[in-house]
Design a protein around this ligand. Structure first.
Ligand code: UDP
Length: 327
């Protein structure tokens, strides 16, 4: 039985990856420090004899007993509000955490895939974004802590590949959505759906002309799965190229939820990328992968998930309190 370590296991993407690898017959070791992750996302796996969970912060030395075939490094705050609130932890998990996991991969002779992001392109001047584009990042802007941590993560991963011959994979993840997104993580999809369900106006940041391209989680997981098992070591974009403005997206949510609320406008956050759309030619060619779930279908499933939350969860809309966490 193949053994895989998944960091960030209690998060949105991490928990879906745990499910997928359990389904594929792997022994899955989930690891999370539970700052932004939630054990609720993994509860269903606890009775499974092929799953174990370690409550651990990967910025400290990581120990796993027994053999490991694969490591997926998905631990990181990943929503703009989260990494603005815990900037140092964000920098540490992308740098020190990645270093620890690369070291672990070496001693275990495991293949490691690291979760990079479309944020490494910053506020892109090239559209759509191909993997060859170097990006346009403000190192000292509020998003710099995430963007630069992820850029460093890519560099150190490539260095371990070229210097130590480690088997490495790098996925650049574009906006992804689906069940288990945290309602209060500040991202646009939970924000809009939460607002619609609570009967509040939808908050558009800026004039809403900025674009995003939203990928359904099952498609994202399929792309990551194929990349891990491929032999390609350079970064690969995984995302849905179907681009939409945030203003049009707000209208879609209003129709989907049937809310009678309106949109209101708030200031655009600093360095908020104006446009984002993945060029997925590489993933198509190398992995024979492209998204299968269109937005209307994916959003229906996602809405059902948010509707299934308790009143308490729905109204606990305050952003998560990180004050007890010290870097
Ligand atoms: N956004 C918005 N209203 C919200 C939350 C986000 O208009 O309540 C915008 C945000 O400014 C950005 C886009 O939606 O332009 C996507 O934001 P998100 O935080 O989901 O992710 P990003 O792609 O910026 O990392």
């Amino acid at each position: 039985m193949k053994r895989i370590l998944i960091t960030g296991a209690a998060g949105f993407l991490g928990s879906h990856l745990c499910d997928r690898f359990i389904k594929e017959g792997y022994y899955v070791i989930g690891m999370d420090n539970l700052i932004t992750g939630d054990l609720k996302n993994l509860e269903h796996l606890f009775p499974n004899k092929n799953f174990e969970f370690h409550h651990h912060d990967v910025t400290n030395f990581v120990h796993v007993s027994g053999s490991l075939d694969y490591i997926l490094h998905f631990a990181s705050p990943a929503s703009p509000i989260d990494y603005l609130k815990i900037p140092i932890q964000t920098l540490k998990v992308g740098s020190l955490g990645t270093h620890n996991l690369l070291g672990l991969a070496r001693v275990k002779n495991a293949r490691i895939l690291i979760a990079s992001t479309s944020e490494i392109y910053g506020d892109p001047l090239v559209h759509p974004q191909t993997e060859e584009y170097y990006g346009n990042v403000n190192t000292i802007g509020p998003r710099g802590v995430y963007d630069e941590a992820k850029r460093f993560q890519e560099s150190i991963t490539m260095a371990y590949h070229t210097f130590h011959g480690l088997e490495t994979r790098i996925v650049r993840i574009f906006n992804t959505y689906g069940p288990r997104m945290r309602l209060n993580d500040g991202r646009v999809i939970p924000a809009f759906i939460g607002q619609a369900l609570r009967g509040e106006d939808l908050t558009i940041f800026g004039d809403g002309s900025q674009t995003r391209s939203f990928c359904y989680v099952d498609d994202q997981v399929e792309g990551i799965y194929r990349l891990l098992l491929s032999d390609y070591v350079y970064p690969v974009n995984i995302g849905n190229p179907h681009e939409i403005t945030i203003a049009d997206f707000a209208e879609e949510i209003i129709k989907l939820t049937g809310t009678t609320q309106k949109v209101i406008y708030k200031p655009l956050p600093v360095n908020d990328p104006l446009q984002r759309q993945p060029d997925i030619s590489k993933a198509k060619e190398l992995l024979d992968w492209e998204p299968q779930v269109d937005r209307s279908e994916g959003m229906k499933i996602t809405l059902e998930y948010f509707k299934s939350l308790t009143e308490d969860e729905l109204y606990k809309s305050e952003h998560k309190d990180f004050s007890s966490y010290s870097d």
